[in-house]
Design a binder for this molecule. Structure first.
Ligand code: ATP
Ligand code: MG
Length: 248
């Protein structure tokens, strides 16, 4: 049964349709990859899940309940959706560990965060996340001294610390080395096993590594949907996306 559903989703910005009548259905526990050229509407779709952008028509349903049209804080209060934005957003003046602590506390109450954050079971949980994101050795360092890829991992860890059911990742491997990209793929496949994950990506090798179903967006519409082999052999997709990618 579909867990996250987009119904006739349309977004207009000053009369321009950035997203045009999208119907999309994502199962619980699925890793869905969204690809497509620049400006296709990929980030806008995520913006609709998190309340950053309101649809002009249509709706987003989570577990058969409409979540679009809510304010971002209302969506955050559902405690179900974690988002990693395009590019790293971490607190440079806090250690790696403290960054995770802040994320764990969420937005609920600062006092609660301060009182409870050093509880042994929480420390254990955050240490576990540090190991999963390959940053246990760096737990007391400041993000300033981490590589770009490590900063991206830290942000993935911050999303995990919020224990969401759905995780959205917008170009998580941008700027990463080949090795870091591969490690990120393994990380997504293993630690996000019990989560529903939506990943926006451009790196087609990475897409192959993680995806079960791929949705291709172009000019605000779904151009194709299928497995890696189906998508990479689809003439339309090759024409509008894969080919121009090679020519870059
Ligand atoms: N707040 C906004 N106001 C006006 N236009 C917007 C706004 N947000 C996005 N757009 C436009 O909507 C279209 C889709 O943008 P979006 O950021 O969703 O694309 P994308 O597929 O994520 O692209 P990229 O691969 O470059 O990140 C673009 O033409 C963009 O300029
Ligand atoms: Mg984008």
């Amino acid at each position: 049964m579909s867990y996250l559903e987009f119904k006739d989703l349309t977004v207009e910005f000053n009369g321009f349709r950035a997203v045009n009548g999208i119907n999309l259905s994502i199962d619980k526990g699925e890793i869905r990859v969204i690809i497509g050229p620049n400006g296709a509407g990929k980030t806008t779709i995520i913006d609709m899940i998190t309340g950053k952008t309101q649809p002009t028509y249509g709706a987003v349903l989570l577990d058969n309940q409409i979540i679009s049209g809510k304010r971002p804080y209302q969506v955050a209060n559902l405690n179900k959706i974690g988002r990693k934005f395009q590019g790293p957003n971490v607190f440079d003046y806090m250690t790696v560990y403290e960054n995770l602590e802040v994320a764990y506390g969420g937005y609920t109450s600062l006092l609660k965060t301060i009182l409870y954050r050093r509880k042994p079971e929480i420390v254990e949980e955050l240490d576990e996340i540090l190991k999963q994101i390959n940053l246990y050795e760096q737990k007391d360092e400041y993000p300033l001294y981490l590589s770009h890829g490590q900063r991206q991992w830290l942000e993935i860890g911050m999303v995990l610390a919020q224990k969401p059911e759905i995780i959205t990742l917008d170009e998580p491997t941008a700027g990463m080395s080949v090795e870091e990209t591969f490690k990120t793929g393994e990380l997504i496949k293993t630690i996000m096993k019990d989560k529903t994950v939506i990943v926006i990506e451009h790196d087609i090798d990475f897409v192959k590594q993680i995806a079960s179903t791929i949705t291709v967006l172009n000019q605000g519409e779904i151009l194709a949907e299928g497995t890696y082999d189906e998508i990479t052999n689809n003439p339309e997709v090759i024409k509008v996306y894969l080919k121009s990618d090679d020519e870059d």
